[in-house]
Ligand binder design. Structure first.
Ligand code: ATP
Ligand code: MG
Length: 392
């Protein structure tokens, strides 16, 4: 069995002098991920490569599943690590390797030899020819195909020699923590957990805020959001979830503002409060699950109107996604089943029958003044009395 995995990463290569920061973050994120896997593992960086070495018995499926959730990894390659005992020994070991890893021994292949250590007696091209030949001699059903091989057999000569021929795709992206922090407005719906996943995939650490309206929304609705945050945290790492009691503000809007503007005014208050908490917690942006035209509050006019109340950038990773694209991702990341559970959401309870689809900012602002006598106090109270749940 393989006990070492070579971790390949993509864009980190483009980072020039800052590259070590990204590599170190990747090592740290992998270390955290394998801590949850049964067994002992050593994660390390060596000459611009990241390796996971298994130091005890472990379940390969469990390890791979954990690594597939670490952003920054483009591929996971099980490698055979050999001591350099001369080229004849390498030939022998390679023949054995193929028998063990590809027992069917019936495929086309290409040899890809690389030397990080230039004092090796053969150059890369000579190694390709000699090692290819020994495999052809040993296995009658193997054929060379240099343009489109079934199997690419890589042999890297470093201090030791690394042989690998399988590559399991990773999630891509950048290691979490390399791009600052953002505040996600997390509802119990389908979209915002996917938005959280996507922004985090670019290396952004996340916190989240959820607005609930007890007793109009139940404890179960809140639990659903906590459950979603837990599922997403398998990718994003720990999440600090701020739960805001939004009932008083919503009731005030309901009583004092025009019914068709309820949703948009409510959304504006969500954004204001989210920005307030974001700034207090060192977040550099807000994140929502909005997508153009999905509902009345997500027309271009409505988005303009909600955007207007914040100064932080608002990131909307799903802005150009169709609903089905979002559903596909939610299935892939395992949030779908939880998102479609039928618990009420504060947006749906107070929704008007015919919400405005083309709100005019100045008009909305004018109607928000109806709240002048009470809103400051409610706003302060909602923030001060929020509940904070640490999702591990
Ligand atoms: P979702 O599926 O994410 O709930 P949605 O399609 O229901 O989105 P809206 O209800 O208009 O759309 O919400 C748009 C965005 O506003 C959501 O994606 C989310 O980021 C944020 N949001 C909505 N309701 C809440 C809430 N109760 N708490 C926190 N954020 C919310
Ligand atoms: Mg929603």
């Amino acid at each position: 069995m393989t006990d070492t995995y070579l971790i390949k990463y993509g864009e980190i290569f483009l980072k020039g002098k800052n590259r070590f920061i990204f590599e170190d973050a990747l090592v740290n994120r992998i270390t955290e991920a394998v801590e949850k896997v049964e067994g002992r593992f050593k994660v390390y960086k060596y000459l611009s490569r990241v390796y996971v070495e298994c130091k005890s018995d472990f379940d390969e499926e469990e390890l791979i599943a954990a690594l597939k959730k670490v952003f920054g990894i483009t591929a996971i390659c099980p490698v055979r690590v050999l001591e350099d005992k001369g080229f004849d020994d390498l030939k022998e070991q390679l023949v054995k390797y193929v028998a063990e890893v590809h027992p069917e021994a019936d495929f086309t292949f290409k040899m890809l030899c690389k030397r990080a250590r230039k004092n090796y007696p053969l150059n890369s091209q000579e190694m390709n020819c000699a090692l290819g030949e020994v495999l052809l001699d040993s296995y009658p059903n193997l054929k060379v195909n240099v343009h489109n091989p079934d199997v690419l057999i890589t042999v890297e000569v470093r201090e030791r020699i690394y042989v690998y021929s399988k590559s399991i795709p990773g999630p891509g992206g950048m290691p979490v923590g390399t791009a600052g922090k953002a505040m996600v407005l997390l509802s119990g719906g389908l979209d915002s957990p996917v938005a959280a996943y996507m922004i985090s995939k670019r290396g952004v650490k996340i916190e989240a805020v959820y607005f609930h309206a007890p007793p109009y929304t139940s404890e179960r609705a809140k639990e659903k959001v906590v459950d979603l945050a837990k599922i997403v945290s398998a990718y994003t790492g720990p999440i600090k979830l701020h739960v805001i009691n939004f009932t008083d503000i919503q009731m005030a809007i309901y009583q004092k503002c025009p019914p068709d503007e309820l949703t948009i005014i409510m959304r504006r208050y969500m954004m204001r409060i989210a920005e307030h908490i974001a700034l207090e917690n060192g977040c550099m942006g807000l994140v929502t699950g909005e997508s153009i035209g999905q509902v009345a509050s997500q027309t271009m006019q409505s988005l303009m109107c909600t955007n207007e109340v914040c100064t932080l950038p608002v990131y909307r990773p799903l802005i150009a996604f169709d609903k089905q694209d979002i559903v596909d991702i939610s299935e892939k990341i395992n949030t779908y089943e939880t998102s479609v559970l039928p618990y009420e959401d504060c947006c749906t309870i107070f929704v008007a029958e015919h919400p405005v689809t083309k709100p005019i900012p100045s008009v909305i602002e004018k109607h928000e003044h109806n709240l002048d006598d009470c809103i400051d106090e409610m706003y302060k109270k909602a923030i001060e009395e929020r509940e904070i749940i640490e999702i591990k």
